[in-house]
Design a binder for this molecule. Structure first.
Ligand SMILES: *[C@@H]1O[C@H](CO)[C@@H](O)[C@H](O)[C@H]1NC(C)=O
Ligand SMILES: *[C@@H]1O[C@H](CO)[C@@H](O)[C@H](O)[C@H]1NC(C)=O
Ligand SMILES: *[C@@H]1O[C@H](CO)[C@@H](O)[C@H](O)[C@H]1NC(C)=O
Ligand SMILES: *[C@@H]1O[C@H](CO)[C@@H](O)[C@H](O)[C@H]1NC(C)=O
Ligand SMILES: *[C@@H]1O[C@H](CO)[C@@H](O)[C@H](O)[C@H]1NC(C)=O
Length: 534
């Protein structure tokens, strides 16, 4: 299962092919200035503990510094996985002699589990477990050139491969270790990403632990989106995932994009999304990507990137709905000029960032529909409360939740788009920008691999029904055997009473009933599983 579970980094695949040609001058104007800081909510006592600045590499990676065993290391922030790994050498470290391999969409991180002293912001953790990676040759990208030398998984602790391997609380993830240090502080982390190429975006993003970025206190008033706890086959399946509202994805024509979730337990009209800061490009069902880009004049499917391209001048307006709130996506994030692409006419075009879900990220077990990566996360300020995901903390043991505060003012975003992509002249109303009628929507081609996966997903999602069917058959057969057996036994007993057979002949029927009992237990288990996930 693991090979496709740590979801992240896929976007890097495509990014690896891009040349870093684009750089817009970034005018520094902290977002916080745009908002009226509500005086009501103040940051908690002990604030200033950790407000970490984030380095942004071409809107494709967000990176923070940690110090591990005495060495300062830039690591990629990844809410889609739960382990820490670093490459290179660490001055003071203890090799536990356990080797492990973590799989990501860009390749495998392989090495030995080590422990060392970790400094993250103002927090210090003794003996933090991590993977010291000696070999990153399978990676399809040069991580150092991208500005990082490791990755910090910010997902739920239960998703940690290292913890699973060590089978010991010492293997807990970095945030779990930090939250455990102070049982009275709240178990949450927040992420605010900046946008390169947007004149209104802040110079730097931030990550905080147990406190809110100053100026964004309103996030604590936003609806608490409950996290779907998914323990389908292994705990490692646990991600930061939640439901959209019904009709929770509004397309460029202002209408909801219709799509049936592949998650069997999802209510009608709702999609299951995973928030993953390690994915550059959000991953959406192919039909959804087609609905976003397929009606744009001049849209072309790009086989190299397996995504749509559209004219860079096309402004597209899409939004997501969670907890009754609407979250518009900044139009500069709906298509990206970072990839330096041309279409079949040789014209410069932009990449449609909401990419049809790649086969390496597709949820074969039908656990989620959408992975909301950086091109979504730049439009919100996100708070992740780990609640009872963290063991060994005496307080804050509520259910985990996510809160999202929109950082995108649709009017201001539109103005930024006009300035950056249209040279200040608003041509968004031109006939050339109008969407084609729905009947003329282009469809992107489905690969053979995808068709196979879709089929497998269907079979997998039905297997409980198949199993229950088989079980019913087995129970009937067992019933017949038991019935026959009882008759035989009665006859035998009758026979014994008549002194024809030995009487110590009771083993067989009781083992049959054990079998039937075991089957019933399994059946109940299956029903639970079915109710929960299938
Ligand atoms: C660490 O704490 C000090 C004082 O409490 C504060 O000034 C500093 O900004 C903090 N550092 C980080 C990275 O939060
Ligand atoms: C990480 O540390 C290096 C070296 O001290 C510094 O140049 C860089 O700006 C830091 N990056 C972040 C995101 O703090
Ligand atoms: C633990 O967190 C609380 C609340 O933020 C804070 O008041 C307290 O000083 C912290 N204790 C330690 C030992 O850091
Ligand atoms: C973008 O969508 C919002 C919400 O659906 C709508 O209010 C706004 O008018 C749209 N803007 C454009 C340019 O289509
Ligand atoms: C959104 O941006 C526009 C234009 O910059 C501004 O006039 C308006 O006040 C902003 N709206 C909010 C709610 O901040």
């Amino acid at each position: 299962m693991r090979s496709f579970l740590p979801l992240s980094l896929l976007g890097l695949l495509s990014h690896a092919c891009s040349t870093h040609a684009l750089t817009f001058p970034v005018r520094v104007r902290p977002r916080a200035d745009d908002r009226t800081a509500s005086g009501r909510l103040t940051t908690r006592a002990g604030s200033g503990n950790t407000l970490l600045p984030l380095h942004n590499t071409q809107n494709s990676e967000y990176i923070a510094n940690i110090t591990l065993g005495g060495r300062e290391i830039p690591v990629l922030l990844d809410t889609g996985s739960s382990d820490l790994w670093v490459a290179g050498t660490i001055p003071q470290t203890t090799d536990l002699g356990m080797s492990e391999s973590l799989s990501y969409a860009v390749g495998n991180a392989q090495g030995d589990i080590n422990t060392a002293t970790l400094n993250f912001g103002n927090y210090t953790v003794q003996d933090q477990a991590y993977l010291l990676v000696k070999d990153i040759s399978t990676f399809s990208i040069n991580i150092q050139a991208e500005g990082f030398e490791g990755l910090i998984g910010l997902g739920p602790n239960t998703g940690s491969v290292i913890r699973d391997k060590m089978d010991d609380p010492k293997g807990d993830s970095v945030l779990a270790r930090i939250f455990q240090q102070n049982t009275t502080s709240s178990n949450y982390m927040s992420i605010l990403l900046n946008r390169e190429g947007d004149p209104n975006s802040a110079a730097s993003g931030h990550m905080t632990i147990s406190e809110v970025v100053p100026g964004y206190e309103a996030i604590t008033e936003m609806p608490k989106l409950s996290v779907m706890k998914d323990h389908k086959l292994t705990d490692l399946d646990q991600h930061w995932q939640t439901y959209t509202d019904v009709d929770g994805l509004i397309g460029p024509d202002g209408n909801p994009i219709a799509y049936d979730s592949i998650v069997p337990s999802a209510p009608d009209g709702q999609l299951v999304v995973v928030f993953d800061s390690g994915f550059t490009l959000p991953q959406v069902p192919r039909k959804v990507s087609d609905a976003i880009y397929g009606r744009v004049q001049g849209a072309e499917w790009n086989t190299q990137y397996e995504a749509w391209t559209i004219p860079c001048t096309q402004m597209l307006n899409i939004s997501f709905k969670f907890g009754g709130q609407t979250y518009p996506i900044h139009p500069l994030d709906v298509s990206s000029s970072d990839f330096n692409l041309v279409n079949s006419n040789g014209d410069t075009v932009c990449l449609g960032t909401f990419q049809p879900i790649s086969t390496s990220a597709f949820s074969l077990l039908g656990e989620y529909d959408v992975i909301l990566g950086m091109a979504f996360m730049r439009s919100v300020y996100a708070l992740f409360d780990y609640g009872n995901f963290v063991e060994d903390t005496s307080q804050d043991l509520g259910d985990p939740f996510i809160q999202l505060l929109s950082t995108t003012n649709a009017t201001a975003a539109r103005e930024a788009f006009v300035q950056v992509r249209l040279g200040g002249v608003d041509t968004t109303g031109d006939a050339s920008q109008a969407l084609l009628p729905a009947s003329q929507e282009q469809q992107s081609p489905e690969s053979e691999e995808e068709k196979k996966q879709e089929y497998e997903e269907k079979v997998l999602s039905r297997w409980p029904e198949i199993f229950v069917g088989c079980l019913a058959f087995v129970l009937i057969v067992v019933g017949i055997i038991v019935w026959r057996c009882c008759i035989v036994r009665r006859r035998k007993n009758g026979a014994a009473q008549k002194g024809l057979l030995p009487t110590n002949n009771k083993g067989a029927p009781s083992s049959y009933s054990q079998l039937a009992g075991a089957s019933t237990a399994t059946l109940v288990g299956m029903q639970n599983m079915e109710g929960k996930h299938v």
